[in-house]
Design a protein around this ligand. Structure first.
Ligand code: URA
Ligand code: URA
Length: 272
């Protein structure tokens, strides 16, 4: 993915979050997208947060590939826009998550729980959503499931500090109920921004929600594990959720195999 593609993804995500007014050298987000070829040549892009949200962004990506962008036109503007894009940091995202009211979960949660770890992580872990301990501390995977996750990572020589750990939804669903589709939809842009910023070499999706959300499928972990999936070109390994392992220890062995597969992908990946 080159700088222009990253810029486009960034802008699409900002727009998905409702920031249609983001001004880049007096250009609107749509203008910039148009200029870098993400819109146009018959491609109809949603003008505000689309119904279907991030899924439409993915669809738009397919359209982009066909549109064969004319880059030359906006060299100067896209340069400064890239600088603006570079100011996006995990701290910015975290602050937005902490003050987020995009779905009702913030009303019952104590606090938002942004992803945590290294901004240059080569491996990202995705869980479902904060539980009671996470809600209390504002950090993902710090309860019993988190302790197991730490051990799982340790088994393949990874520390929590060198990876990035995050969730599909950033506020705790009351009583640890499953996140609802509209809550996932509302929260998805944060996960996309985290992933786009970090650009990991491999993603491990822990449990059905992470896997199904990221891969846009209804298949469960049992079916999805043991293969290398892709999310925007990034290899995705699906495995059981640590909390599920606490209930069903016979899933530990397959989980260990899955994280070893993730480790091998890491080891064979080139670049930082
Ligand atoms: N379970 C999750 O899915 N995420 C957490 O952060 C903690 C428990
Ligand atoms: N069922 C669960 O409850 N959790 C998983 O991770 C997979 C299947």
């Amino acid at each position: 993915m080159d700088a222009k593609d990253r810029l486009r993804l960034y802008l699409e995500q900002r727009r998905d979050l409702g920031e249609g007014e983001l001004v880049l050298d007096s250009m609107s987000v749509d203008d910039v997208l148009k200029a870098i070829g993400a819109i146009g040549k018959g491609t109809v892009m949603p003008s505000s947060t689309p119904k279907g949200g991030w899924r439409e962004v993915l669809a738009a990506e397919g359209a982009v590939a066909e549109a064969s962008p004319d880059v030359g036109a906006i060299k100067v503007s896209s340069q400064s826009a890239i600088e603006v894009a570079a100011t996006e940091t995990l701290n910015t995202i975290a602050a937005e998550i902490r003050s987020c009211t995009r779905c009702p979960l913030y009303k019952t949660a104590t606090r938002g729980v942004p992803g945590s770890g290294s901004p240059t992580a080569r491996l990202v872990c995705i869980g479902e959503g904060p539980g009671a301990s996470e809600d209390e501390q504002g950090v993902p995977f710090v309860g019993a499931a988190g302790e197991l996750l730490t051990n799982i990572l340790g088994a393949v020589n990874l520390s929590r500090d060198e990876v990035f750990i995050t969730n599909v939804v950033k506020h705790r669903p009351p009583g640890n109920r499953n996140p609802a589709p509209d809550e996932i939809e509302a929260c998805m842009p944060y996960l996309l921004r985290e992933l786009d910023l970090i650009q990991p070499k491999v993603i491990v999706a822990f449990g059905n929600f992470a896997a199904q959300t990221l891969l846009n499928t209804k298949d469960g972990v049992g079916k999805l594990r043991g293969q290398v999936h892709r999310y925007r070109g990034i290899p995705v390994i699906v495995t059981y959720h640590p909390a599920a392992l606490l209930r069903n220890p016979s899933w530990k062995r397959p989980t260990w195999e899955d994280v070893q597969l993730a480790r091998r992908i890491l080891d064979s990946a080139t670049g930082p």
